[in-house]
Design a protein around this ligand. Sequence first.
Ligand code: ATP
Ligand code: MG
Length: 356
Amino acid sequence: MKDPHLVLGVLEGDDIGHEVVPASVQVASAAAEQHGLRIQWKPMPVGRRALDTHGATLPAGTLETLATYDGFVLGPIGHREYPKVPGAINPHPIMRKHFNLFANVRPTRSYPDIGCLRDDVDLVIVRENNEGFQPDRNVVAGSGEFRPSEDMTISVRVITRKGSDRVARVALALARSRRKKLTVVHKNTVFKLGCGMFVEECLKAAKDFPDVEVNEVIVDTMAMRLVRDPHNFDVVVTTNMFGDILTDEAAGLVGGLGMAPGLCIGDGDFAMAQATHGSAPDIAGQGKANPYAMVDSTRMLLDWLGRRKNIPQAVAAAGSMERGLTAALADAKARTGDIRGQGNTESFTRAVIGNL
Ligand code: ATP
Ligand code: MG
C-alpha cells in the first residue's frame, strides 16, 4: 500500500502567528505520527519577516510553490502595521482569490468552564470569501471603492449567481453531514438585487438537498438571535462582510477570538487553514496566545484533505487532535488566560499532545 502522505506549507505570518502556528505543527505532527500519516511541512516566509528578507510580504513564487502542495497553514498577518512601502500588501485576499478558496468555514462551539456566554452553541458559519464589499477582491476592474468627489465615496458590492450558488452548495453539503439545518442570512429587504440574488441562488441550490431544512434570517435579526437562541442554528451561510461580523460575534459567545478556527476551501482538493483572529500584537512574544483556534484550523485541514483525498489516516489524526483539544480545554492549569486558565501557549500545546 502507498504510504499515506501530505505536503503542507507553513506560513507563520506575524506576531502571535510565530507562536500559534508552530504549536499547530507540533500537534498535527504528533497526531499524524500516531496514525502512520507522513506530513512534510514546508515553511515559507510571509508577512513582516518576508518584507524584511525578500522585500515583499508575499515573495515572488510563493503562490506557485504552494500550488504544488496539498494545502497550507496560514497564520495571522498584521498588515495594518506594515511600513508604507511597495511590496507591503496584505497577502490574505490574494491567496483566497488565487486558489479560488471561496468558502470560509468557521465553526463555533461552547465548552464548559472556559467563560462561554452561552453553553448551547454548536454551529458553523460559512462565509462567502471572494465577493461582497471587500474592495481589493472585487471581480470588477480596479478597486471596489471610488471617490467621485472629495465629499463622496461609493463602495461597490459584488454578488454573482455563480459565487452564491457555489458557497451555498458547500454549506448545504456541510449541513447534510450535521443536523441538516441551513440558515441563509442576508438583508434582501434593503439590498434587493444583491442579497436578493444571493438568497435566490441559495434556495435554488437547496432543491438538490431535499433532506436539508432551509430557512432565512435577516442579518440584524441574526445578530440578536445568535445571542438569544444560538442552539437553533446548525449551518449558517452568508455573504462576505456579514460573515466577517457574525463570526466574530459568535466567537465572543464562546470565549473570544482564541476559540474561533477556520478553513478556507473551494471546489478543488486544496485548502488553507486560517484562524479567524488577527495577529494580536498586544500579546505577541509573551507566550500567552491561545493556540486553540490555529490548532483546530489545522485539524480541520487534515480532516478535509483526508476525506477529499481518501486518506483515512489523516481523518484519524484529525480525530485525535479533536480529542486532545477537548481534553486540554478541560484542564484549567493548561489552558490560556483568555479562557479562564492558568497556563500558556506551551502548556496548552503540551496538554493537547498528551491527550491525542
Ligand atoms: P484583524 O483585523 O486582523 O482581524 P483585529 O483587529 O480584529 O485584527 P485581533 O488581532 O484578531 O484583532 O485580536 C483582537 C484582540 O483579541 C487581540 O488584541 C488579543 O488581545 C485578542 N486575541 C486575538 N487572538 C487571540 C488568541 N489566539 N489568544 C488570545 N487572545 C487573542
Ligand atoms: Mg478581526
